[in-house]
Design a protein around this ligand. Structure first.
Ligand SMILES: [Fe+2]
Length: 196
């Protein structure tokens, strides 16, 4: 058999939860997901034309995992905005209703804000720093800078937002953030590392 791999497109994530409504509400507020179907066993949500992008299973007998951080399995899901402006607007909107990121990192490839959903699943909201998937993928494959430091630079989103609102262009802001001009007040906990 010498058949080519037909590549499917990634379609959805499926999470198990003990707090279905809280999760539905959180994904609605954070990424604009709407319920396309809900039943006793869970809910199926989407924020685009796909029938669902997030499935939430809420079967009886599910248990919290207090050691989620040290267990293997999915680390985070990620959602991408079309622009840095969209990311910053969303940061402001969420902050105004008490939803703040746990950690923010300029990965070189992306500017990424990491949130924690009600079940403590991490959700990355990001923008591609190159604005071009081909360019950022090429940089990931070939850049010595990325090979040396694939994690990147932690930053304080309020400082970055203030600089952006003061008129700093994104290209300059990117470089400054990467260079550590906007450091977070506290160093993130080790469990938060190794994110991309
Ligand atoms: Fe990621």
């Amino acid at each position: 058999m010498d058949m080519p791999v037909i590549k499917p497109t990634m379609h959805h994530v499926n999470l198990k939860t003990t707090r279905l409504q809280e999760m539905i509400d959180w994904y609605a507020v954070v990424v604009g997901a709407k319920v396309n179907h809900q039943g006793p066993g869970g809910a199926w949500l989407s924020n685009d034309r796909a029938n669902h992008r997030i499935a939430l299973l809420a079967w009886p007998g599910l248990q919290e995992d207090p050691e989620k951080n040290v267990h293997t399995g999915i680390h985070h899901s990620a959602f991408e905005y079309d622009s840095f402006d969209d990311l910053m607007q969303s940061y402001q909107r969420l902050k105004s209703i008490g939803i703040a990121p746990q950690v923010c990192i300029d990965h070189g490839l992306t500017t990424s804000l990491y949130y924690s959903d009600p079940d403590r699943n991490m959700v990355e909201l990001q923008v591609d720093n190159f604005g071009d998937w081909d360019a950022s993928a090429d940089w990931m494959r070939t850049s010595e800078e990325f090979r040396r430091d694939p994690i990147g630079t932690f930053f304080n989103p309020d400082l970055v937002l203030a600089a952006y609102q003061a008129g700093t262009p994104f290209e300059q802001l990117r470089a400054e953030t990467r260079a550590g001009k906007y450091p977070p007040a506290n160093q993130p906990a080790p469990a938060m590392l190794n994110l991309p």
